[in-house]
Ligand binder design. Structure first.
Ligand SMILES: [Fe+2]
Length: 165
């Protein structure tokens, strides 16, 4: 009798039913990355103050980075046979990030706020690494790359806080 992996042409994990569990973990990360990209774009538009220009550009770098990583995470889920949901309703229902205010916001407030948001998302992904790794090292590797990128983004916001960080 053919195994689940060979019969369906899906990757064979050590425990095949864990594919769905890993899929859900990847879905959760996808939701947070998409939400972080939306928050970054909102701040890209709403930031004011002397640092408007560099922050306006830096926020688009964060948005691009989150969107690229979200795509990698979603495609890893699909490779495992789990189709993720990146639609607005799923993001609104699943994200742990609080929405940000719509209106204009001072540059130094944006830096502090984004440092915290990026750190929160990164820490929540870190907390999933061990469980995902026990089921599937390849998916863990995808998430490790996401954490590395987010921690780089976190650093680039944090240093702007100087001694206040
Ligand atoms: Fe723009």
């Amino acid at each position: 009798m053919a195994s689940v992996g060979t019969s369906s042409y899906l990757p064979t994990l050590p425990v095949p039913h864990e594919r769905e569990g890993v899929g859900y973990e990847l879905q959760t990360v996808l939701v947070e990355l998409v939400d972080l990209s939306l928050i970054g774009k909102q701040r890209h538009w709403a930031v004011i103050g002397p640092l408007f220009r560099p922050l306006h550009l830096q926020l688009d770098e964060l948005v691009d980075s989150c969107r690229a990583r979200a795509d990698t995470v979603a495609e890893r889920a699909v490779a495992l046979g789990f189709v993720p949901n990146g639609q607005a309703q799923a993001i609104a229902a699943g994200s742990e990030l609080a929405p940000v205010a719509q209106g204009p916001i001072e540059d130094h407030v944006v830096v502090r706020e984004l440092t915290r948001h990026v750190a929160d998302v990164s820490e929540r992904i870190r907390a999933r690494l061990e469980a995902v790794g026990e089921a599937d090292l390849a998916s863990q590797n995808v998430l490790i790359k996401v954490v590395r990128e987010l921690e780089k983004q976190q650093w680039m916001f944090r240093v702007q806080l100087g001694e206040r960080a």
